[in-house]
Each structure stands twice: as structure tokens, then as C-alpha cells.
Design a binder for this molecule. Structure first.
Ligand SMILES: [Zn+2]
Ligand SMILES: [Zn+2]
Ligand SMILES: [Zn+2]
Length: 273
């Protein structure tokens, strides 16, 4: 499985609009952070990777390889920058604007793949998508441009995409319940400041994690650096990458101070897990 960090920044992105701080004006490309998202490549689903047997074209067509987590306001640019040519399914963590406002760009993948997009989220998140993008679900008032074609499924527990089990991991983002996701030994835990007791066992055996770490100072809805380091340590992971990073943290100087095996994620980071 290969994970590409499409965006590693906080809700406003970095640089902030009209900010002249050292990080926002940094020339280090690692300090340019778009809104938080990852693309997961579950692996080869081509004929050569399939078991012997009668050719089943519908199964090939419906095979799931590339799974996007969230549709940020930067989705279009993220796809261009990372040469994303295909998305087979989308998982939503929650419905905050920085995680859903690129929803309309699903249209391009509808055109490329000639099929509707399977979208997965908890009931609250899907209800918010229906409300905020009502034109997608009720049809446009006039023809022209088109609207995203989506198929939504409520996440009620672990489910399978391709041959991979997707385990939703309930997290708390302040008082808002959100979902992290675990696949194999990898977990993506953005937008959280607490892992409920019942969720820790779901993370047993995880060796690589991408986790929320907004800044040094504590925050009411996001883990800060020390808290995220403590979570990585309790999980016992070999590798932890911090995401949803704000402009308080310069990439190079922060990474130099983090424990071994822990670093800030950055846009374009590729992780094999
Ligand atoms: Zn966020
Ligand atoms: Zn700044
Ligand atoms: Zn959020």
C-alpha cells in the first residue's frame, strides 16, 4: 500500500493569506501546505494481479485501487501536483469546510471513469454533504456544466474496498465525533484531540500513522505537538507523520526537534506501508 499526502496543512492552508511570518514567507517547499488529505494506492488490481479464473470485466471495472480521503478546497491543485489520474472511492472524515469543499471536482473523475463515485462517511457527514451540496443530490436548476455523480454509503463499521478492510476509527475533534481510518498496519487520524478508550484496540498493530498535530500550544479541537508525540509513543508505531500543521511550525526546525521516527508530513510525501 502506498500513501501520498496530498495536503498537510491546517484549515487555512500555509501560507496564510496576508501573513509575513517566517513560515509563511519561507522558501522551503515543505512549508507550503494545502488542506489535509491523502490518497491511498491499495495496490495493483490489473489482470496480472488477479487470480486465475474466467475473465470478469465488471469486476475489473469495479475494482478499487485509489482511495481518496476527503475532498479539500485544494483538491484540483493536489491532483495536478501529484499526477492523480484516477480515484475509485472517497472516504470522508467529517464535514468541516477544509475537508469537503472540493466535492464538486469529483466531476472530473466521473468523466474520466464514466461511472459514479462511491463516497463513504458517517451519517452526520453525509447529511451535511447533502445539505451543503444540495444541487448534487436534487439535480441542477438548469443544464450545463454538470454535477458530480456520487453514490453514498453510511459507514456503520468495518467494510471492504477491493481486497482491503477499511476500519473506521471513531475520534473526537473537540466535541465533534469524526472518523479516522485504518487499513492494514496504516492509520490516518486527522482532526482530533482525543482517541476514545474504545478506539485504541482498533489501532493495535498499526506501525505507521499520520496524525493531527496543529502547533506547539494546546488547542481545543486538535492535538498539539506534545500530545501527538505521546499518542505515537502509546501506539508504539515505528513511523508517525504529523498533519493539519499550522504556520507556527517550520518544517526543518520542527523535524530537528522531534523524536526519532516522528516527523512533520509535507505535501507530496509518499509513504509505503
Ligand atoms: Zn481540518
Ligand atoms: Zn504565517
Ligand atoms: Zn475539522
Amino acid at each position: 500500500m502506498r500513501i501520498t499526502v496530498l495536503g498537510s496543512g491546517t484549515s487555512q492552508g500555509v501560507p496564510f493569506i496576508a501573513c509575513s511570518c517566517a513560515v509563511c514567507t519561507s522558501s522551503d517547499p515543505h512549508d507550503k501546505r494545502t488542506r489535509p488529505s491523502i490518497l491511498i494506492d491499495l495496490g495493483d488490481v490489473s489482470e496480472s494481479g488477479r487470480p486465475e479464473g474466467p475473465r470478469d470485466t465488471s469486476a475489473v471495472r469495479d475494482a478499487v485501487r485509489y482511495v481518496l480521503v476527503d475532498t479539500t478546497p485544494d483538491l484540483r491543485q493536489q491532483c495536478l501536483d501529484n499526477h492523480v489520474t484516477r480515484v475509485d472511492a472517497i472516504l470522508f472524515t467529517h464535514s468541516h469546510a477544509d475537508h469537503i469543499c472540493g466535492f464538486d471536482d469529483i466531476r472530473r473523475f466521473n468523466q474520466l471513469q464514466q461511472t459514479s463515485m462511491p463516497c463513504f462517511g458517517d451519517g452526520e457527514t453525509l447529511a451535511d454533504l447533502r445539505r451543503m451540496f444540495s444541487y448534487v443530490f436534487t439535480g441542477p436548476k438548469q443544464q450545463g456544466g454538470g454535477v458530480p455523480q456520487v453514490r453514498t454509503s453510511v459507514i456503520g463499521g468495518p467494510f471492504t474496498l477491493g481486497a482491503t478492510e477499511i476500519v473506521p476509527v471513531p475520534l473526537l475533534h473537540g466535541i465533534l465525533p469524526v472518523l479516522g481510518f485504518r487499513m492494514g498496519t496504516f492509520a490516518y487520524l486527522t482532526d482530533c484531540n482525543r482517541i476514545p478508550d474504545a478506539s485504541w484496540p482498533l489501532l493495535d498493530g498499526v506501525t505507521t500513522v499520520v496524525i493531527d498535530a496543529l502547533r506547539r500550544r494546546p488547542h481545543s479541537t486538535h492535538f498539539c505537538l506534545d500530545e501527538a508525540v505521546a499518542v505515537a509513543s502509546r501506539l508504539g508505531v515505528g513511523r508517525a507523520y504529523f498533519t493539519h500543521v499550522t504556520h507556527d511550525l517550520g518544517h526543518a526546525e520542527t523535524c530537528a526537534q522531534l523524536p526519532r521516527g516522528v516527523e512533520l508530513a509535507y505535501d507530496g510525501l509518499v509513504i509505503d506501508a
